[in-house]
Write a protein that binds this ligand. Structure first.
Ligand SMILES: Cc1cc2nc3c(=O)[nH]c(=O)nc-3n(C[C@H](O)[C@H](O)[C@H](O)COP(=O)(O)OP(=O)(O)OC[C@H]3O[C@@H](n4cnc5c(N)ncnc54)[C@H](O)[C@@H]3O)c2cc1C
Length: 700
């Protein structure tokens, strides 16, 4: 595989690839970004190191003349969650898009130059997903034209807020707006100064700090924090009032549209009236930010995001290729562990997902651009579609990446458990992604709600209406699968899954290698799941929400993968051989997605038992699929290293003894173990002070 051409393709073009190479050259040699020895640092040292890295990055921006995109990519190259990311991805966009012109005049420039450093304070000790029940209050006082920000209870303490613990000087606070007459208008956003710009001390009335270490010691350089407000006064202008406002005498001014939404560059912020806080729309801002982080090219390049996912594939496949274990062959060498089917059938699907999510990011990026253009002309018609898509994708991407990281780690045996494998740290940092920016099980409900709404729009509340042909033609990508439920002759009859006219799959081996068959199967599964949900919505079974969310999102993704496969043929930048390899990889994605959907496919009788009357033959209707996966993995095996190299990681970025480019993993492990502080002294201090001494003595 000619991975250089592919690298450029994966990196969103040659220019992006060259940008990344240029930045890696600089950063990997700069002592500020030296990763050696960080395993031994305390939490406090890691936090300080994080701040040093941010400072150095902006020094480099100035001295080397980096543009904003260079700095964004450089930030993405750092494999650490740093307080700056909250300033850039959460605080700044919300502030810029929702602050009044007067507030922008005073603070926009300071925000851009980090004269002030922000965080986003929504979650409280007592409430996360249920934003409508947040307790922090912002009471308007007409006499002084101020808001009084107050935390009335312990459970109203802001909690989990990234960069709040020790770093941020300002924050956007989500608080219930209380009018002078005591009327509660529900959560609104307020711009609050937290710390002095001279001394960095907390302002009067504010109690704040770091919430402490996180599970698996994840994101140690990020100071997720708590805060309580004791009647803190802020000027009236500090309400983020581009849309909803309060008049000087304390009257509420509603946003101009019932569900006003606003799109910005890179991150999309959606503002809703308070009555909508629990509606599906409320989640938009959060899930779109998630997708921004999770689907690579949305921010402009592959380097800045999602590399955690790709990291798992690269490290595990490189290691499995050099690791030998088992009986010796004719060449006198033990087998490469990647040659074991139980290993490569685990790892190659991870690689296929890494590639597919890069392509998905690109597709979604284009959709966001279209939406932004339409929004600028007042056309909000794409919002609901993108909301549906991003809700489901956030769940799908984060859930699968966390699982894949752990699978990749386990594939490396004992060495996978060592910190030097590089995967444990990534896992620890990534595992909360299933919780923040929309808890996945809560977001499932958003995806389901959107699917049910589309179903009802087509078939009516009773499921008996017949959609017009123009409605069908205009089905958006997120619900394209619903077309399958239409019987053109006898409207609105839904196909019976046992009807011979469908489903599309016969289980011959060729059909399992046909992308269109696999896509259709996934679309049928989505359509039947949504139909099932619509019939049983009053009495849902234990897992229907998760299955509908997953099923509909996977149908959407599968159709996009079909487009990626067609697009390969038209891609003149790629060599013919690479087109073939990528086609196989995408096919593997579809095959393994179908395999993971088998319980649904079998539930809906979408697969028929083979040779029902023949004794001695396989009766398993899924065997053909699993055989096709096994063969496809074998065919891809020689390409695995080329495909991982094409993801374009340097050793500095990976920071993994097991994933080193030259394959000298034992040397790398050995060298790193020598750095262990316990090894600094032949006889440890514990012996000198008597602990070890008495332990050994007791044994003898
Ligand atoms: C690393 C990290 C960084 C974060 N950074 C920030 C930040 O910068 N700013 C900020 O404001 N917040 C931040 N958060 C908080 C985050 O947004 C919340 O944790 C998240 O919204 C989930 O809320 P919760 O933790 O209260 O969980 P809960 O809402 O209490 O959920 C607990 C369980 O209940 C289930 N559940 C809840 N509601 C429903 C429902 N309606 N239906 C079915 N099941 C339900 C959930 O699925 C979950 O299993 C961060 C969190 C983490 C872990």
């Amino acid at each position: 595989m000619a991975h250089r051409e592919l690298t450029s393709d994966v990196s969103d073009g040659k220019d992006e690839w060259e940008r990344k190479e240029r930045l890696v050259q600089v950063m990997s040699k700069d002592p500020a970004f030296d990763k050696r020895g960080r395993e031994w640092m305390t939490r406090t040292e890691k936090y300080s190191r994080g701040l040093r890295m941010i400072n150095r990055m902006y020094d480099l921006e100035n001295t080397l003349g980096w543009n904003r995109q260079d700095t964004t990519v450089a930030t993405g190259l750092l494999d650490e969650s740093l307080p700056i990311s909250l300033h850039v991805t959460a605080f700044e966009p919300v502030f810029l898009l929702q602050a009044s012109p007067e507030l922008l005049d005073r603070y926009a420039a300071l925000t851009a130059t980090r004269g002030i450093f922000g965080c986003y304070l929504q979650t409280e000790l007592g409430h996360g997903s249920n934003v409508a029940s947040l307790e922090t209050t912002a009471t308007y006082i007409p006499g002084t034209k101020e808001f009084d920000i107050h935390s009335p209870t312990l459970s109203s303490s802001k909690w989990w807020i990234g960069a709040l613990g020790k770093t941020a000087t300002h924050g956007v606070v989500q608080a219930k707006l209380i009018l002078p007459g005591g009327e509660d208008m529900g959560p609104h956003l307020f711009f609050v100064q937290l710390r002095s710009l001279e001394t960095h001390k907390l302002l009067p009335g504010i109690t704040a700090g770091d919430i402490g270490p996180k599970a698996f010691d994840g994101t140690p350089a990020n100071d997720n924090g708590f805060a309580r407000f004791n009647h803190v006064r802020i000027p009236k202008e500090h309400m983020l009032s581009k849309f909803a406002q309060v008049t000087d005498d304390g009257k509420y001014v509603k946003p101009p549209h019932a569900k006003i939404s606003y799109g910005g560059v890179g991150v999309y912020v959606f503002i809703l009236p308070t009555s909508d806080l629990t509606s599906p729309l409320f989640c938009r801002r959060r899930c779109c930010i998630s997708v921004h982080r999770w689907l690579p090219p949305l921010g402009g390049s592959q380097q800045e995001t999602n590399k955690q996912y790709n990291t798992a594939a690269v490290i595990a496949i490189r290691y499995a290729t050099v690791r030998r274990q088992g009986t010796k062959g004719h060449d006198g060498l033990e087998k490469q562990v990647i040659s074991y089917p139980s290993l490569h059938t685990r790892l190659l699907p991870i690689l296929s997902r890494a590639y597919v999510y890069i392509g998905m990011g690109r597709a979604l990026s284009r959709s966001f651009q279209t939406m932004a253009q339409r929004l600028s002309t007042g056309d909000a018609s794409l919002l609901a579609e993108l909301h549906a898509v991003t809700s489901g994708l956030k769940v799908l991407c984060t859930t699968s990446s966390v699982q894949d990281l752990e699978n990749a780690r386990r594939s490396m045996g004992g060495h996978g458990y060592g910190a030097f494998s590089g995967i444990g740290k990534v896992y620890a940092d990534m595992v909360p992604s299933v919780t923040y920016e929309g808890e996945n099980f809560v977001l499932d409900q958003q995806a389901v709600r959107a699917a049910l709404k589309a179903f009802k729009n087509l078939f009516g509340d009773d499921g008996k209406s017949r959609p017009s042909s123009s409605t069908l033609q205009n089905l958006p990508p997120s619900t394209y699968y619903l077309r399958l439920l239409i019987d053109s002759k006898e409207p609105p009859v839904l196909h019976d899954a046992s009807n011979n006219s469908h489903p599309p799959a016969s289980s011959s081996s060729s059909s399992w290698n046909d992308p269109e068959t696999l896509i259709l199967l996934l679309e049928w599964r989505a359509a039947l799941l949504v139909h099932e949900m619509a019939q049983t919505v009053e009495d849902p079974d234990a897992t229907i929400y998760q299955r509908v969310s997953k099923g509909t999102t996977e149908a959407f993704v599968a159709r996009r993968v079909g487009e990626m496969i067609s697009g390969l043929r038209a891609n003149s930048e790629l060599k013919k051989q690479d087109v073939g390899v990528l086609g196989r990889l995408y096919l593997l994605f579809l095959q393994t997605t179908v395999e993971s959907a088998l319980s649904d496919l079998l539930s809906f009788s979408l697969l028929r038992i083979q040779n029902p009357s023949r004794i001695g033959a396989s009766r398993d209707p899924t065997r053909g699929l699993r055989m096709a996966i096994a063969k496809n993995c074998l065919a891809l095996l020689p390409e695995a290293i080329g495909l991982t190299d094409a993801l374009g990681f340097s050793d500095w970025e990976l920071d993994s003894a097991l994933g080193v480019y030259d394959g000298r993993v034992y040397q790398a492990l050995w060298d790193r173990a020598q750095l262990e502080p316990l090894n600094a002294k032949e006889v440890p201090d514990a012996y000198e002070v008597g602990h070890l001494d008495s332990l050994l003595f007791a044994r003898s």
